[in-house]
Design a protein around this ligand. Sequence first.
Ligand SMILES: Cc1cc2nc3c(=O)[nH]c(=O)nc-3n(C[C@H](O)[C@H](O)[C@H](O)COP(=O)(O)O)c2cc1C
Length: 394
Amino acid sequence: MRRDHYHLFSECQIGALTLPNRLVRSATWDPSILDERRMTDAVLEVYRQVAAGGVGLIITGDFSVVAPGVVEEEQPCAYEDVRIAGYDRLVEAVHQAAPGCRIVAQVSGDYPGIGPSDIPSPYTTERTRVLTTAQIRAIVGCFARAIAGVQADGFDGVQLHAAHGGLLSRFLSPYANLRQDEYGDGVRIVREIVTEARALAGDFPILIKMNATDYMPGGVDMDNFPALARAVAAAGVDAIEVSGGMWDCLARPESELGFRPVPAPESHTRIKDPGQQSYFLPYVERVDVDVPIILVGGNRDVERLEAIVQQGHADLIALCRPLISEPDLPRRWQEGRGATGTDCISCNSCLYDMYTRLEAGSPGLATCVYKQDRARFQEAQRWLASWVKENVIV
Ligand SMILES: Cc1cc2nc3c(=O)[nH]c(=O)nc-3n(C[C@H](O)[C@H](O)[C@H](O)COP(=O)(O)O)c2cc1C
């Protein structure tokens, strides 16, 4: 049975942006763009496949906007590098493959070792370099200029990456932000970025991905998230994608976390029974904001997802690993072909693929190791099981 009449497949609006349906490809990092310093046909092909697969909105993998000189002269990656790499060709590829599909660039303020406050991490003995007010102001300017650049490159919008323990996420977290100055109000940096970006880019859609829970004592949690989400919405963003987790939390036991601590905390593994799906749903159920909510994390069954949007708990549904496994999943669901679930078994072998290829010096877009190579899948499962044990400092 076709599902054209489902709410999931109805048009929707994010600020000035009209989307053909409510399914979103959540950000999926692509280290190969920076490594190659140019856009490759392989990357363009993956984006074409995802667009042609029927998703309404694609969010790119994240890239840091921190410009040289803000922290140090030399730095690992910056948004300008991505632009030089021919990032704008992604837009053309997506719009040609599926004219209704929209594409948003994800930008972050990530830079190794910096933060609002010096918080010890279970994964390193190095201290956090606490940003000065001047550095924070400079980073706000970098975001605003990058957003204007994203607009000039033809993207349909931008998403601030403020989840998973990256820089903006740490500002928003009462666990990671202990500042006594004006930036102790973690939403302030988001408000300033949005205000400065609007001065340069008008009503260009600005989305944000943020944590509903840090899974850390004293961090963002079920109780303080609703107020934080309201404050972030009031900062002027056009939509909030709700995620959770920061790497520090993986040092905690499964009994406390409620999920198996393997890389990465936002991508829970072993989602077997339906109750484990859509694991941030209980958080969005408590949120009342006047901008669209995008629910990400363990969304696996079209019938359950339709119920979630019908009930108004979320306006859009985002998927990452299922689209690595099956890029045409949205179309398959809409046409009523096959199972209501996905081929993705949430094993995180795709993350293993991404990180190990990066370490080996041949970075590329994450692929579904489970489907492609069972021997490597076993290897991935061993890597995932031992990663925390080997890296945590006791
Ligand atoms: C290979 C891979 C790369 C990812 N890259 C990013 C990223 O660049 N930015 C981001 O916000 N989240 C990233 N994520 C997290 C996903 O967007 C998503 O929040 C998470 O995997 C949960 O959704 P899922 O259950 O549909 O996979 C990545 C996840 C995977 C598996």
